[in-house]
Design a protein around this ligand. Structure first.
Ligand code: SF4
Ligand code: SF4
Length: 427
């Protein structure tokens, strides 16, 4: 197994929810379903205020170019197309639906064959996007016309606290594997690898006996960010994705565990993507859980169901390393919302920022071989060309530099900002 340079070994904190079998969030009275749950253009509303919808009905049609369909997670009546706060804190269009609790349901039409075109078409039709957090429309990712020989399932789940992928594998390994095989058909890959950190022995034991010829589970060392795309590809295949290139350029495509499960559901169960398993965890939640949650559910209702304390150190959507701090529990879940964390004051541990002491730890920890301290200096001096020369554009936002800095400098935020400025201004 190839080992990537840098990285860190934070406390996993998976003990809160690792043993929690997947349950289901009780039905909620209202949902606000985001029309933008993916990278690319927001979906266009396919329903109007006053219209009755069924669970599984198309309510947002993918726009031209890169986009994804959106489906109703409940049966009920559309109240309107409204602006609502997105997890990133921005106002975005959502479809507000009042649940009538009838749970009337409509499925996609069964697929009559499993050709590459049919499977790709179904993945697009079902609105499947990268559910590990990226939200890239999966059909567009898999449509590489034979350029990839390996389909790699990202089951590393290296972010602390999060256990939803682990639970999906423990309880639904067969379905995840079948979904991954369908992804192989869609992209033309002849080999299927599943990269799992060694700290998930139950998932490895569930998967390994199911693998056929050309399929293999790759146990990986437990080190953050093992699940970052380039690091995962290197760890599982030894292939290096050069700077500025994509995984497909080295013959690999990566899909997340939940994405593979969603492909299985879309092709074999005719179910589009309108709900997902989320981890609810942290030291400030009374009942940690892994739950099926409908897209468009307000965080407040999840907090109430699980006993999440609003007055805690920090609330985070996603993992503590790469997730977004939550400023309002009115925010609603999306296809990419893998976790909701209620961190205690001790867990949040927001250290005051002080001057750099030149220890070099951020440089050692960066898995992309960057010098975060110099990029931050360049950013503060508004020398964006210099930030670019130090490689800011290659930052994967993993947060390792911030984690190790004894001076408490928010290096990852600075490097991410430098990357954004470089991109936007064409530096
Ligand atoms: S500079 Fe970017 S890639 Fe490097 S450690 Fe910091 S956040 Fe991660
Ligand atoms: S880790 Fe922090 S203190 Fe050490 S060199 Fe980097 S910025 Fe400076």
């Amino acid at each position: 197994m190839a080992r990537f340079a840098g990285g860190i070994h934070p406390a996993g904190c998976k003990q809160y929810s690792r043993g929690c079998a997947i349950g289901r969030m009780p039905p909620v009275r209202e949902v606000w379903v985001p029309l933008s749950q993916h990278i690319g253009a927001p979906a266009l509303p396919a329903v109007q205020a006053g219209e009755r919808v069924l669970r599984g009905q198309l309510i947002g049609r993918a726009a031209e170019g890169l986009s994804a369909n959106v489906f109703s997670p409940v049966a009920g009546t559309v109240q309107g197309i409204v602006t609502h706060i997105s997890p990133a804190g921005k106002k975005k269009e959502h479809i507000h639906i009042l649940n009538d609790f009838s749970d009337e349901h409509v499925a996609l039409a069964p697929l009559c064959d499993r050709t590459r075109e049919s499977v790709l078409g179904r993945i697009a039709e079902a609105g499947i996007v990268g559910m590990g957090g990226a939200g890239f429309p999966t059909a567009a990712k898999l449509n590489v016309r034979g350029r990839a020989d390996i389909l790699l399932v990202n089951a590393a789940e290296c972010e602390p606290y999060i256990t939803c992928d682990d639970r999906l594998l423990c309880e639904h390994a067969e379905q995840v594997l079948r979904g991954a095989r369908l992804a192989c058909i869609a992209c033309g890959a002849s080999r299927l690898l599943i990269g799992v950190e060694k700290n998930k022995p139950e998932a490895i034991a569930a998967l390994a006996p199911l693998c056929a010829a050309g399929e293999e589970v790759k146990p990986l060392r437990t080190r953050y960010p093992q699940g970052a795309e380039k690091q995962l590809i290197y760890g599982c295949t030894g292939r290096v994705v050069p700077e500025g290139k994509l995984p497909a350029d080295v013959g690999v495509l990566v899909v997340n565990v939940h994405t593979a499960y969603a492909i299985w559901a879309a092709v074999e169960q005719n179910e589009p993507c309108y709900e997902r398993v989320m981890t609810i965890s942290g030291g400030a939640v009374d009942r940690p859980a892994n739950l099926w949650v409908k897209n468009g559910t307000r965080l407040r209702e999840i907090a109430e169901f699980c006993g999440g304390h609003e007055e805690c150190g920090r609330i985070v959507c996603g993992g503590p390393m790469m997730g977004e701090a939550v400023f309002s529990l009115k925010i609603c879940t999306a296809k990419t919302t893998s976790a909701l964390l209620f961190l205690s004051e001790k867990e949040a541990d927001a250290q005051e920022s002080s001057v750099c002491i030149g220890c070099g730890k951020c440089v050692q920890a960066c898995p992309m071989g960057l010098s975060p301290v110099f990029i931050e200096e360049a950013l503060l001096a508004k020398k964006y060309g210099e930030a670019k020369r130090f490689g800011a554009a290659s930052c994967i936002g993993c947060g390792c530099c911030t984690y190790v800095c004894p001076a408490g400098r928010r290096l990852a935020q600075s490097v991410t900002l430098a990357k954004k400025i470089i991109r936007e201004r064409g530096v």
